[in-house]
Design a protein around this ligand. Structure first.
Ligand SMILES: Nc1ncnc2c1ncn2[C@@H]1O[C@H](COP(=O)(O)OP(=O)(O)OP(=O)(O)O)[C@@H](O)[C@H]1O
Length: 449
C-alpha cells in the first residue's frame, strides 16, 4: 500500500519549518513546491492527496484557477493565511475546500487535522483484499478506479456544505447510492433520507406527495398526510429523475427552493422547509433544458454542486472488482464458494455494460443461480439490447408494417423483458418515463374502445 502524498507550498520559512517538524507531516510522502512557479500546475502533476498552501496575496493566480480545476475535488486542502479578507479563499471554503488556518497558528490543531486526514486516506487506500471484496469502499459506494476516487473526494467535500447537489449520470451508475452517501457524510446524517421518483408521481397527487395535505382537503383525504418535504425534515430529500416531473409542476419545487416555504394542500399556514435537496437525472441537463423537460431556473437552484457520475466502462478495473464483490456477498449469504473462471472475468472486463452497475449486479445474480461451482461465460447473460435488436432484425419486420405498430411491439417487448419495470424500460428505449406512461395509456385506451 502506498503512503498518502502531501504537497507543500509554504513561502514563509518559519511556518515551513514548523510544519515540516510535525510528526503527522512525516507520515506522508512529501512533495515540496518550487517557489516562483505556479503551484497549481505542480500540484496537478504531483497528484497529491493533501496540500498545505500558504495564501498571502490576492493576486495568487493559482488560487483563482483552483476553483475550476479537478484538483480541487481530488485533494484535501489546508490553507494558511495572515487573516486578511480574501474573497476567493472564502469562495473555496464555501465549496468545502477543507481547512483555513489564520495566524497565529496552533500547530497542535494542525497536527491533529493532518492525523485525521491521514487516517481517513489510509483507510481508503488500504481497504483492499478483505475477505469479502478487494475494492475500496466509500460510504455506500464500492470502486477502486481513479474515476471513483475522484468522485469520493467530491462527495466528501460537498457533503459538509449546505449546498444542493445535482447528480448526473447514466441509468444504473449508482446515483441513488451517491445521494445516500452524501447524506451519510453530512451533518444531517441523523435525520431522515427520503427518496422519491419524480417520474412516478401522478400529476393529480403531486402537491399532496410533495407538501402533504390536511384532512378533508379533497375527496378521499380522510386524515392529515405528510409530504416528502416534511418527512425529510432536518435531513435530505432525494428527487430522483427530476427531469421526469411534469414541466408545469416544476415551478412548485422552484418556489420552495427560493422561499424555503411550502403549504400543505388545504392548510392555512405555510411551513418552513429544512431539507437539503439532492436531485438526479440520467439526461444531459443542457439537452433537458433545451427539450423543455427541465426548467432552467430550477436547474440552477438544484445544481449548486453538479456531480458527474462516471459510466461503469470508464472505471478501469471496477467491473471485475464489482463482480467479485457481488459474488463474494452472495457466497457469504448462502455459505457457498462459487468462483469466476478466467474466461468469464475476461468477458466481464470486455463487455461495455450499457446498464452500468445495475446490469452487472443482475448478471452476477443470474450467473450465481445458474452456475454450480464455477461461473463460465455462458452463465453471464447481459442485457445487450443492441445484440438482441440485431437478431430480431434478421428475423425481419413484416414489409409495410406501420411505424406506430413497430414502436408498440418494441415497447411491450422491452417492458416484458424488464418484468414490467417502467424506469428500466424507458432508459433502454431512450425515452422518458413520462413518455412511456403516455404511450402505455394510449395502448390501454385503444384496447378499451
Ligand atoms: N459503486 C457501487 N457500488 C456498489 N453497488 C452499486 C454501485 N453503484 C450502483 N450500485 C448498485 O447498482 C444498482 C443501481 O444503483 P442506483 O439505483 O443507485 O443507480 P441509479 O443511477 O440511481 O439508477 P437510475 O438512474 O436507473 O435510477 C443498485 O442495486 C446499487 O446498489
Amino acid at each position: 500500500m502506498s503512503s498518502p502524498k502531501l504537497f507543500m507550498h509554504i513561502k514563509e520559512p518559519s511556518l515551513a519549518s514548523n510544519l515540516l517538524s510535525l510528526n503527522s507531516v512525516s507520515q506522508y510522502e512529501l512533495n515540496i513546491s518550487h517557489q516562483g512557479e505556479n503551484w497549481l500546475d505542480q500540484l496537478t502533476l504531483a497528484k497529491c492527496d493533501v496540500a498545505l498552501i500558504e495564501v498571502n496575496s490576492l493576486d495568487d493566480i493559482a488560487l483563482k484557477e483552483l476553483i475550476h480545476s479537478p484538483v480541487f475535488y481530488q485533494t484535501e486542502f489546508l490553507f494558511f493565511s495572515q487573516g486578511e479578507p480574501d474573497p476567493i479563499l472564502d469562495q473555496l471554503m464555501n465549496k468545502g475546500a477543507g481547512f483555513h488556518y489564520r495566524a497565529p497558528f496552533h500547530f497542535k490543531l494542525i497536527e491533529s487535522s493532518l492525523d485525521d486526514v491521514f487516517r481517513e486516506l489510509s483507510a481508503i487506500k488500504g481497504n483492499t483484499n478483505t475477505q469479502t471484496s478487494y475494492l475500496d469502499q466509500f460510504g455506500l459506494l464500492v470502486g477502486s478506479s481513479t474515476a471513483m476516487h475522484s468522485l469520493y473526494q467530491t462527495i466528501r467535500k460537498v457533503a459538509v456544505t449546505k449546498a444542493n447537489a445535482f447528480i448526473i449520470g447514466e441509468s444504473g451508475t449508482g446515483k441513488e447510492l451517491i445521494a445516500n452517501t452524501l447524506h451519510v457524510f453530512s451533518q444531517r446524517a441523523e435525520a431522515p433520507f427520503v427518496a422519491i421518483n419524480c417520474g412516478a408521481l401522478s400529476p393529480e397527487l403531486i402537491d399532496s406527495e410533495l407538501f402533504g395535505h390536511v384532512k378533508g382537503a379533497f375527496t378521499g383525504a380522510h386524515k392529515d398526510h405528510q409530504g416528502v418535504f416534511e418527512q425529510a425534515e432536518g435531513g435530505t430529500l432525494f428527487l430522483d429523475e427530476v427531469t421526469e416531473m411534469p414541466y408545469e409542476h416544476q415551478v412548485k419545487l422552484l418556489r420552495v427552493l427560493e422561499s424555503g416555504e411550502y403549504k400543505p394542500v388545504g392548510a392555512q399556514q405555510v411551513k418552513i422547509a429544512n431539507v437539503r435537496i439532492v436531485a438526479a437525472t440520467n439526461r444531459t441537463p443542457h439537452d433537458a433544458i433545451r427539450d423543455e423537460v427541465l426548467r432552467e431556473d430550477l436547474y440552477f437552484r438544484l445544481a449548486q454542486f453538479p456531480i458527474m457520475v462516471p459510466r461503469l466502462r470508464d472505471r478501469e478495473g471496477d467491473a471485475c472488482g464489482l463482480a467479485q464483490h457481488f459474488l463474494a456477498y452472495r457466497n457469504a449469504q448462502d455459505g457457498e464458494h462459487k468462483q469466476f473462471s478466467a474466461k468469464s472475468l475476461d468477458k466481464i472486463n470486455h463487455y461495455v455494460w450499457p446498464g452500468n452497475v445495475r446490469e452487472l449486479k443482475h448478471a452476477i445474480e443470474r450467473a450465481y443461480i445458474l452456475a454450480d461451482d464455477t461461473i463460465h461465460p455462458d452463465h453471464l447473460i447481459t442485457n445487450d439490447v443492441n445484440h438482441q435488436v440485431e437478431q430480431d432484425k434478421t428475423a425481419g419486420i413484416p414489409f409495410g408494417m406501420r411505424l406506430d405498430d413497430i414502436e408498440k411491439i418494441a415497447i411491450l417487448k422491452t417492458l416484458k423483458q424488464n418484468n414490467g419495470n417502467r424506469t428500466d424500460t424507458a432508459h433502454q428505449l431512450g425515452i422518458s418515463v413520462k413518455t412511456l406512461y403516455n404511450k402505455l395509456d394510449k395502448y390501454e385506451s385503444i384496447k378499451a374502445i
